[in-house]
Design a protein around this ligand. Structure first.
Ligand SMILES: Nc1ncnc2c1ncn2[C@@H]1O[C@H](COP(=O)(O)OP(=O)(O)OP(=O)(O)O)[C@@H](O)[C@H]1O
Ligand code: NI
Length: 308
């Protein structure tokens, strides 16, 4: 199993403007591997995930290719194929803000059991729940009786109901405290050691580093740097990656000054240039992605050839 995404581009038409949410994203993730997609709020991470699963609304325009196991292009597959063969079965999605996806009038257990039945799974609700640290009695609660963290864990369990080979986790630790973040990341790691492919979306670089083999850094709709996780954290090459690393509580803890551009008004050149301490005249042109970094003046040479 391998997911191979090439040139994924998504825009939304809104009255009087176009939102360019994902621009020319290329990356791959294979079985036994965890890729973390990191970037600030609003940079296009969830839209990218939803594009892969055919979950975008009608005002979206999608182009590019996303080959699953070299045989199915997720971006041109029919809604019936995506619903009947892909979602839940080949690709599990842990949605962002899971509480909003649970049905208010039914217990967590009923919803988890329904997912298991629909997907013809032989696993039990209790077994899946236990994996994410939920007690059986938690399953008998209704969504409004679940804390944010519990709802998150129920959603994580539901995503695994169909035993998918690829798991996409969109902010799987939001609302969880540090011990639960660690536990969730450890479970994601286990899932990938078992031979699944895992794509984790997060703005928590520390959590990403704990689970991911490789990181892909997204800024203003584009992937700007990708490579082995440890290398990106120790020796970031894109000034934006360096800024994210420095903003971590266990590092300098200094946020990057300024704001990302509006996705309705992206510049022609490098979108990070207005916030970049190293900006040059060349930055007025869009830098190409080259050996894992998209920057006219990377902070250092590539340690070795890197693929996204
Ligand atoms: N249906 C839509 N129509 C227009 N714009 C949209 C639509 N859906 C998302 N967007 C815009 O696309 C951009 C990317 O959103 P996305 O949800 O992917 O961000 P994100 O990186 O996941 O951030 P967060 O960390 O906040 O979840 C945002 O500017 C958002 O407003
Ligand atoms: Ni998101």
């Amino acid at each position: 199993m391998k997911l191979e995404v090439t040139g994924l581009t998504v825009s939304f038409s809104i009255p009087g403007a176009t939102v360019r949410a994902v621009t020319d994203a290329s990356f791959s993730v294979r079985r036994g591997e965890c890729l973390a997609l990191v970037g600030e709020s609003g940079c296009g991470k969830s839209v990218l995930a939803h594009a892969l699963l055919g979950l975008l609304p009608g005002n979206a325009r999608v182009s590019g290719q996303a080959m699953l196991s070299s045989e199915l292009d997720l971006l041109s597959a029919s809604p019936a194929v995506l619903a009947g063969r892909v979602r839940g079965r080949q690709i599990g999605l842990i949605p962002q803000s899971p509480a909003t996806h649970l049905t208010p009038v039914r217990t967590a257990r009923a919803q988890l059991e329904e997912a298991l039945e629909e997907l013809g799974s032989t696993r039990s609700a209790a077994e899946l729940a236990e994996r994410f640290g939920l007690a059986p009695r938690d399953l008998d609660r209704y969504p409004h009786e679940l804390s944010g963290g519990m709802a998150q864990r129920v959603a994580n369990a539901i995503a695994l109901a169909g035993d998918p080979e690829l798991l996409i986790a969109d902010e799987p630790t939001s609302g969880l405290d540090r011990p639960l973040v660690e536990r969730t990341m450890a479970v994601l790691r286990e899932l990938c050691e078992e031979g699944r492919a895992v794509l984790v979306i997060t703005h928590d670089l520390r959590a990403a580093a704990q689970v991911a083999d490789r990181l892909a850094v997204m800024y203003a709709s584009r992937l700007v740097e990708a490579g082995p996780a440890a290398e990106l954290l120790d020796r970031p090459r894109h000034p934006y990656t360096a800024g994210l690393v420095a903003a971590q509580p266990d590092r300098e803890f200094v946020a990057i000054a300024g704001m990302p551009p509006e996705l309705t008004a992206l510049p022609e050149g490098c979108a990070f240039a207005p916030r970049c301490a190293h900006v040059t005249g060349a930055c007025a042109r869009q830098p190409a992605m080259s050996s894992g970094v998209s920057c006219h003046h990377p902070l250092r040479e590539a340690a070795h050839a890197q693929g996204a």
